[in-house]
Design a protein around this ligand. Sequence first.
Ligand code: ACO
Length: 323
Amino acid sequence: MTRRAVVKGVGHYLPERVVPNAEFEKTLDTSDEWIKTRSGIERRHFAAPGETTSQMATQAANAALKMAGMAGDDLDAIIVATSTADMTFPSAATMVQHAIGNSSGYAFDVQAVCAGFIYALSNANALIMSGQAERVMVIGAETFSRILDWQDRSTCVLFGDGAGALILEAAEAAGTSDDRGILSVDLNSDGQYKDLLYVNGGVATQNTGVIQMEGPELFRHAVEKLAQTAHTALDKVGLTADDVDWVVPHQANIRIIQSTAKKLGVEMDRVIVTVQDHGNTSAASIPLALSTGVQSGKIKPGDLVVTEAIGGGLAWGSVVLRW
Ligand code: ACO
């Protein structure tokens, strides 16, 4: 017998304002056609003025609590993966903690950019497996619209805002790959690539800054490293691509998603794709895709799900779980 961290609830929140590609044609030398063809993105949601990451995260958290039939104070820990917390400190997670009525647990943020949700999920799993927590809320939430350069057509058309949340609970299991819950994790980072994707501001400069990205170079790393990490995570638990019901990738670019699926040996009809509607929401993209996949009736209890992501750092990784 072993412990497993099993999914009890999932939920998401998207800001009301939907911005189609055509909107960028008014201010930039770009086109709906270019954005769609090169990235797969058709529209994205942007937060309203004053709407923050912690507020969106709270909405997603409440949706997940509702699905799990839990109250905020039932949680032992709340982890928010984000690179766009409302303030330098305190953490977005402590703001969510207060907003959902939790004061008995503890809350903290994880910052691994677009791989943030994978890192947070891995931390939640470790807390549960070590007996430090029974119930953990893992949230990915971002307002990337606040760190975009609206004159830079090579970045501002790619990102969006939103939040997704997942609740994990400890359960006794047989200790085989048939168990429900998180089965394996693979995490990686390599700081030598920090200049491929960064924000040119922060505490050191005393301003927030905007995204700087070497798109084509990042693309090459993504295709290679995402398939590699997913294979490693599957290998660790003795599973192969044939066992996978759903790949839930970080939603950055449809061409990266397709190339990775091909390298993994998984057909696109077993991949959850939301990039057309959400754009790249960084740490929020995987929980948004998981929640959308469940709501649409695709992901069902017992399904084997592989998540994978890469982002600034570079940081990348994969989590294999049975829903
Ligand atoms: N509209 C029109 N033309 C554009 C635009 C635009 N919005 N953006 C760039 N172009 C132009 C470029 O200037 C270039 O013109 P040139 O050939 O005259 O120099 C041409 O289009 C081709 O540009 P590339 O950058 O080579 O286009 P590419 O096919 O590589 O697509 C993209 C760019 C979409 C950014 C792609 O490289 C990509 O997705 N990279 C990975 C990004 C990524 O995954 N980021 C996420 C990981 S980390 C995270 O999520 C935070």
